[in-house]
Design a protein around this ligand. Structure first.
Ligand SMILES: NC(=O)CC[C@H](N)C(=O)O
Length: 302
């Protein structure tokens, strides 16, 4: 495993720094693009890592995976009454479909979907951000995971698009709580700082039919884990989900902080991170690293 990661690191080195760091969140624009990390966590909980795998970064949309876990815990399958399970084929922050489709977002991994899921979690918990952070601390085995308040504030200041989506959904009756409060929670969730090692450990349950080897407990049922992985495979990389399936062939979730988690069901979870993004808002070197990984292991879900 270590040789595999070292080979991937060598292979993607020329790509690290190519692309652009997310600048629509001013605080993220300050990150050094010349970083790359990769970590794998197998179903026994063993971690292998290479590069900047212990450097913390903003997990951004990867938080949508954990947010969905909370919604499963509190709503079970009834959560699908308020959010769909189809790919959107549009950028992560698009709002055009919402008007045509009566305020029901296509899936929980685009912003509109994650905002509805956050709204749902808000209806059940007094401190939804603390609940999400604590879940992540438990799953990763790292009790020091925290949000970067500067990133969250930066996003809150530039919240117009996410606010517009939320108010549109409210107009359709699919958003029940105060928009500004839910946005605050959503941005705090996106601003959680974790490393590749933390994220590989925290998503290991997805490779293990919902069972987390760190907490020795079920996070999701086997059926829910299958659904989550199917959604990750079809919608985890927004409008690049098709070519990600084509090139990589694994369930995955990206974030504009440059992280991507991916799952080899039954074997291991992976997290790669490199801050510079391609045009679709996904880590350029990260996608290349995962492409290299499935080529090396000669396996994909397809
Ligand atoms: N793709 C992402 O990582 C987007 C998350 C970001 N916090 C946003 O709402 O725009």
């Amino acid at each position: 495993m270590q040789d595999l990661l070292n080979d991937i690191l060598e292979e993607v080195k020329p790509l690290v720094g190519q692309g652009n760091v997310a600048s629509y969140i001013p605080e993220l624009a300050k990150v050094n693009p010349n970083q790359f990390g990769i970590a794998i966590c197998d179903t026994q909980g063993n971690v292998t890592k290479a590069g900047d795998a212990t450097t913390g970064f903003s997990i951004q949309s990867i938080s949508k995976v954990f947010n969905l876990v909370l919604a499963y815990i509190y709503y079970g399958n009834s959560l699908w009454e308020r959010v769909g399970c189809e790919p959107s084929g549009l950028p992560f922050n698009s709002l055009v479909q919402l008007e045509y489709e009566n305020g029901i977002p296509r899936n929980p991994f685009i912003n509109a979907g994650a905002l509805v899921v956050s709204d749902m979690v808000h209806s059940r918990l007094i401190s939804p951000h603390v609940a999400l952070r604590d879940l992540i601390r438990k799953l990763s085995g790292n009790p020091y995971v925290l949000s970067d308040v500067d990133v969250a504030e930066s996003e809150f200041e530039y919240r117009a698009r996410n606010a517009a989506m939320s108010y549109l959904m409210k107009a359709f009756g699919n958003f029940h709580n105060d928009v500004e409060e839910v946005l605050h929670t959503y941005f705090m969730n996106c601003a959680l700082r974790m490393s590749c090692v933390d994220l590989a450990r925290a998503t290991q349950f997805l490779a293990n039919r919902g069972f987390c080897t760190i907490t020795k407990s079920d996070v999701l049922t086997g059926d829910q884990t299958r659904q989550m992985n199917a959604l990750l495979a079809t919608s985890g990389l927004y409008d690049e989900a098709g070519s990600f399936a084509f090139k990589v062939g694994l369930p995955g979730k990206s974030g504009v902080g440059g992280g991507i988690i991916a799952v080899v069901p039954g074997r291991f979870s992976i997290c790669v991170w490199s801050p510079a993004l391609n045009k679709m808002g996904n880590s350029l070197a990260g996608v290349a690293a995962l492409e290299s990984l499935t080529r090396h292991i000669k396996w994909s879900v397809y």
